[in-house]
Ligand binder design. Sequence first.
Ligand code: AMP
Length: 305
Amino acid sequence: MADLLVVGSVALDSVATPFGKVDDALGGSATYFSYAASFFTTVRLVATVGADFPETHVRLLAGRGVDVAGLQTTPGGRTFRWVGEYGYDLNEARTLDTQLNVLASFRPDLPAALRQVPYLFLANIDPELQLDVLRQMRVRPRLVALDTMNFWITSKRAALLRVLREVDVITINDAEARQLAGEPNLIRAARAIGALGPQVVVVKRGEYGALMLASEAFFVAPAYPLESVFDPTGAGDTFAGGFMGYLASREATDRASMRRAIVHGSVMASFTVEDFSLNRLTRLAPAEIEARVAAFHDLMRVENP
Ligand code: AMP
């Protein structure tokens, strides 16, 4: 089992879906990621929050064994806030407001112990910061993965292209893959993104599952079929947490393990969407993960005639 380092956002989210709403609820790319990955391996979190960030949220992460030593409080600052909504098509998040607050000036200085962690996830955050963290690694991690979103594709495209050249895996949702590649066809978009640097391109497609392009080969997995989805926020980050957590726990980077990692990512995401914020994850038992992984394999099985 190898350690997994993540840098990303820790947020207070205000989210409305057709099924309810929450205000200033715990969110953030690194939060969902680390909570999900903590079911598989030791996660070390690097992020910042403001003085207004409730201590109970830090305890929640620490209670799952997430190493929160790298979660800095910026004195006098306000925590990053995201305001979003979804219509009946839960695949599309509409951002109503993004307040970077303490994220605007965050430049972490990684302690020596973190500069040699073998699995690194650059969760959705300013690509300049993603590159900065990657450059601080003293030993090139065995696997570096990155996630991003429309906000950064639009506002920091040049920096994003720079960091993409240096990562092994990108996880990105379908609309953002099309936007990044400037290509409406998803298969061509995945290929075009692969040409920007990452050897492995994982496209998250919400209720339609995930698509992976690695070494010219495609792999597709459905989403776990659910009858009650309340809030898709965090599904992508939770997916990445299951994906990277699984690989780090197996100390693997091979393609067959990546296929299994996609199943684990999909299973973790299927729990997150069943409630708002991290609520469902906080009630999750490891046995439920295993049961859903087994159900997932059944669901994908095709007998030879
Ligand atoms: P997703 O997994 O794609 O649904 O990501 C949802 C999380 O992304 C929310 O909890 C937000 O706090 C976070 N988020 C939204 N916008 C940004 C941004 N511009 N930078 C970093 N994190 C963000």
